[in-house]
Design a protein around this ligand. Structure first.
Ligand code: ATP
Ligand code: MG
Length: 264
């Protein structure tokens, strides 16, 4: 058993396109503890989503290791991987792309309960209502289709689906980036509540350092697949040392107001 929930060491992934090789992840090492939020920031194309896809085993790395909950994560295959996968979930920026828009909310939440055999059929409607309540939605939404609910409600459904399998880590890839500011704040509050009650850890991928500073405990800044800077989110964002960190901070106007508010 490693001492961290997740330990990533020297993780590398190259893509080849049009005769060119891109190092999307270049010898990356980082860790996440239980009930902790690590933000992954960096400019577009710096490799954030590649890290997410590597962790979720949607793509395989060229080199490196991942330890998750004491497992050699990259060695898991077949049924063992399927069983352990419930513990690491992902929420994307656009839940409409992840769901069949004609599926009902109930169906979206029933899938993991059925596929993972979390609850027998007779108990699933009650479990679905319970999940909806946990994310602040009325159980009356169960019969609506995914495209009949608002963007914020849809993202809550995505979170309900993610927590259905009782994960210890949720990867949030720009999960609140497309939402209105007020809705975004509410969703971040919900995520923070779930972290407090269930001890869930987050990998919070965002290019918005204002959000990162408000929500994450630590931040790792990527540039061209490499980790350029890492540390306490406030300390790094208030005084970035890397060129990319400085450029990201300079490009985040809201940050000045946020940092001004709680400076003491
Ligand atoms: N399937 C792929 N085939 C070829 N190149 C890829 C593939 N996926 C990603 N890349 C390249 O890898 C690099 C990292 O991409 P990635 O999507 O991880 O960046 P990102 O930090 O998530 O960017 P964004 O902020 O725009 O979402 C980019 O140069 C991208 O073009
Ligand atoms: Mg991305």
């Amino acid at each position: 058993m490693g001492k961290h929930l997740l330990t990533v060491e020297s993780l590398s992934k190259r893509f080849h396109s049009g005769g060119r090789a891109v190092a999307a992840a270049d010898a990356l090492s980082f860790h996440i503890d239980a009930a902790e939020t690590l933000a992954l920031a960096g400019p577009s194309g710096s490799g954030k989503s590649t890290v997410a896809r590597l962790l979720l085993r949607l793509i395989e790395p060229d080199a490196g290791s991942i330890a998750f909950e004491g497992d050699d994560w990259l060695a898991l295959q077949g049924n063992a991987l399927r069983a352990r996968r419930a513990r690491m979930q992902m929420v994307f920026q656009d839940p409409l792309a992840a769901f069949n828009p004609r599926a009902t909310v109930a169906r979206v939440l029933d899938d993991p309960l059925r596929i993972r055999r979390i609850a027998p059929r007779s108990e699933r409607p009650a479990r679905i209502a319970e999940l909806l309540e946990r994310v602040g939605l009325s159980p009356n939404l169960a019969g609506r289709t995914v495209h009949e609910v608002s963007g914020g409600q849809r993202q809550r459904v995505a979170i309900a689906r993610a927590i259905a399998t009782k994960p210890s880590l949720i990867v949030l890839d720009e999960a609140v980036s497309a939402l209105d500011v007020s809705v975004r704040g509410k969703i971040l509050e919900l995520l923070a509540d779930l972290q407090r009650t269930d001890g869930i850890a987050y990998l919070f991928i965002s290019h918005d350092l204002g959000l990162v500073r408000a929500f994450a405990h630590r931040v790792a800044i990527l540039d061209g697949g490499r980790l350029t800077e890492e540390g306490d989110a406030r300390a790094v964002i208030d005084a970035p040392r890397s060129a990319v960190g400085k450029a990201l901070v300079a490009a985040t106007p809201r940050l000045h107001r946020l940092t001004g508010q709680d400076a003491s």
